[in-house]
Design a protein around this ligand. Structure first.
Ligand code: DX5
Ligand code: ZN
Length: 231
């Protein structure tokens, strides 16, 4: 392949193809090693790992110990979504467990700027998630510091909920903010993503799709990941 072709391919990839981050919250926990192997054989880009504390959200999932045990099963990126209060207390623990991207909630951080610096100082990428009721405009001053904005398209706490349609406008507004600032912050959409709505989510300006039920409850998860990526 000629150099120019490689460049073209690279360009078309970065412009059109979303990153796919299956959420292991919907995986079969009795067969977690098999689920990891399936993801390794698939075109999934990231492992999305949802940590819940029963306080910030009305559900409890898993913590750093499970993530640490999963770490040797894959070389793919660990995208850890903390739905917990006082996340600053646990930044080092999640670094030690193997997180590559650590996402905290805007609504859970009194000192968001400090938490972002904490995450970056340990060599991880910093993500900030916002709940469906939180305006994207509130991120304007901190946006250049953020590597990934995770727009929650359901109320956090559970897999298998329906996509909140107002999220599409939030994606468009955030995309304009990022373009105006000429920064490379990525937009991730989390909750209720399916094969039916993924294209409009990407067209609105999202870079990363999180998908739990749509992947793990489908008849052929690898094929579903492929379809999400090449819509
Ligand atoms: C919800 C979690 C999501 C969830 C997505 O609180 O943050 O990552 O697992 O699951 P689906 O794709 O089934 O809505
Ligand atoms: Zn999540």
């Amino acid at each position: 392949m000629k150099y120019a072709d490689i460049q073209m391919n690279h360009k078309s990839q970065t412009q059109n193809m979303p990153l796919i981050a299956p959420s292991l919250l919907s995986a079969n926990f009795l067969h977690l090693a098999d689920e990891c192997q399936m993801l390794n054989e698939s075109e999934a880009d990231w492992f999305h790992l949802d940590v819940m504390d029963g306080r910030f959200v009305p559900n409890i999932s898993f913590g750093m110990n499970i993530i640490k045990q999963l770490r040797p099963t894959t070389e793919k990126v660990f995208d850890v979504h903390l739905m917990i209060l006082e996340p600053g207390k646990y930044v080092q623990d999640f670094k030690d467990a193997g997180a590559d991207i650590l996402t905290v909630h805007y609504e859970a951080c009194i000192h968001l700027h400090r938490n972002i610096q904490q995450i970056k100082s340990l060599g991880m990428q910093a993500g900030v998630a916002i709940n469906p009721h939180t305006r994207v405009e509130l991120l304007r001053d901190i946006l250049p510091e953020i590597d990934v904005v995770c727009l929650m398209s359901v109320n956090p706490g559970f897999g298998g909920q329906s996509f909140i349609p107002q999220t599409l406008e939030k994606i468009r507004v955030l995309r304009r903010m990022i373009n105006d600032l000429k920064i490379s912050t990525k937009i991730e959409v989390d909750g209720g993503v399916t094969l039916d709505n993924a294209k409009e989510i990407i067209d609105a300006g999202s870079d990363i799709l999180v998908a739990g039920n749509a992947v793990f409850k489908s008849a052929d998860p690898k094929q579903t990941i492929h379809q999400l990526k090449f819509l």
